[in-house]
Design a protein around this ligand. Structure first.
Ligand SMILES: [Zn+2]
Length: 370
């Protein structure tokens, strides 16, 4: 790199070479993971051994390491802890395609498929029906889930200061792009805002989850929910790609102009949400769309019998924004239909012209028409 001021035009007396800063003189150390060491300015893939199949083939946890030439934070991004949640796998593929190790600052550990067995089978769980995201921090001698959790903690999470865990809705439910995180922690909140999802939900950690174990070990963690299991919805993927790149930019790991729209609208904040449940068994027709605003009592759809006779209307049980909904055609009494998040700072019912609320909801218009 050359500076325009350093040219020979000014050289009537010999120019003393500028002493390079210390960091530049001493190259960054290599990054060690599993059996490999990744040199600065390089990317490498490693398979961390999990177990063997009955055929004798190795099953390993695939990790791609982008070890930037320059110093910076160590961050992980993972997907498919639930094996059927494929949106995040595609998010990571697209994020990796934009990164260049030579210009990258810091280190990114990308783990696109944590639940390898579940992903291969198109299943949320491991073969013994365990939920990997209830098995953290795991142990070396426990169940298969516990062993994978332990490997993920030791080789990935424990080396990182920030992590992003990508999920989708499950069981025929689809989610509005949203961050779930501890919004009372200032660093977590600022990264959640940088991600720029339409909604940020303050969520307590769940025992046994990756997020709980990672926070316990000192990492700052964002959980991203977007879309539905076993589907590649473009809007769900794009919200994830943009968000991850904006977090990397906020951490100064990539230049701002590499990230799309570095300053998205600030997401709405929710600290309370609930699923509206089916009042009886029936065929469900939902008018509610993701990102839509609802007032208490608003009609969001109906339940009918097999001849189309309406059995029950589906009405909002609270005011808020629709952040999830079922995609199932038939529901049983008690099944979850519509997830409504109450919005912090939103106006109480009856004052629809509150200016702050109007600004916030504008940001959701794009999502609601998808
Ligand atoms: Zn999940």
């Amino acid at each position: 790199m050359s500076s325009p001021d350093a040219g020979p035009a000014k050289a009537d007396k010999p120019v003393k070479p500028v002493k390079a800063p210390r960091a530049a003189r001493r190259p960054r150390p290599s990054f060690a993971i599993g059996s490999v060491k990744v040199r600065p300015g390089h990317a490498s893939e490693v398979g961390l051994p999990i177990t063997k199949l009955v055929t004798g083939s190795e099953v390993s946890l695939p990790v791609r390491v982008i070890h930037g030439r320059h110093d910076g934070p160590v961050v992980w991004v993972n997907a498919a802890i639930h094996g059927d949640e494929v949106v995040g796998v595609e998010v990571i593929r697209r994020v990796l395609a934009t990164l260049t190790p030579r210009t990258f600052r810091g280190t990114l550990l990308a783990v696109p498929i944590v639940n390898v067995h579940g992903f291969m089978a198109g299943d949320r769980y491991l073969p013994d029906r365990r939920d990997l995201n209830r098995s953290f921090p795991g142990s070396q001698r426990g169940s298969l889930a516990a062993r994978i959790a332990h490997l993920m903690m030791r080789e990935v999470v424990d080396k990182c200061e920030v992590g992003i865990d990508l999920h989708t809705g499950s069981d025929r439910r689809t989610n509005l792009p949203q961050i779930r995180a501890d919004l009372d922690d200032p660093r977590t909140r600022s990264l959640a805002e940088a991600f720029g999802a339409p909604v940020m939900v303050h969520a307590k950690v769940r025992d046994g989850s990756l997020r709980a174990a990672a926070v316990e070990s000192g990492a700052t963690v964002l959980l991203f929910e977007s879309g539905e299991a076993m589907r590649f919805d473009q809007w769900a993927i794009e919200a994830g790609v943009d968000g991850v790149l904006r977090v990397l930019a906020a951490l100064d790991m990539i230049d701002t102009d590499e990230a799309v729209d570095a300053s998205p609208p600030v997401g709405l904040v929710s600290r309370r949400s609930g699923w509206l449940r089916a009042g009886r068994t029936g065929i469900v027709h939902l008018d509610a769309t993701l990102g839509q605003r609802a007032e208490l009592g608003d009609r969001l759809g109906g339940l009918s019998d097999s001849f189309g006779r309406t059995l029950r209307l589906v009405k909002a049980d609270r005011a808020g924004v629709v952040i999830g909904r079922t995609t199932a055609p038939l529901v049983n009494r008690g099944d979850a239909l519509v997830h409504i998040a109450e919005i912090e700072g939103a106006e109480p019912p009856g004052t629809p012209d509150h200016p702050d609320a109007a600004d916030g909801f504008d940001a959701l218009d794009e999502i609601s028409v998808l």
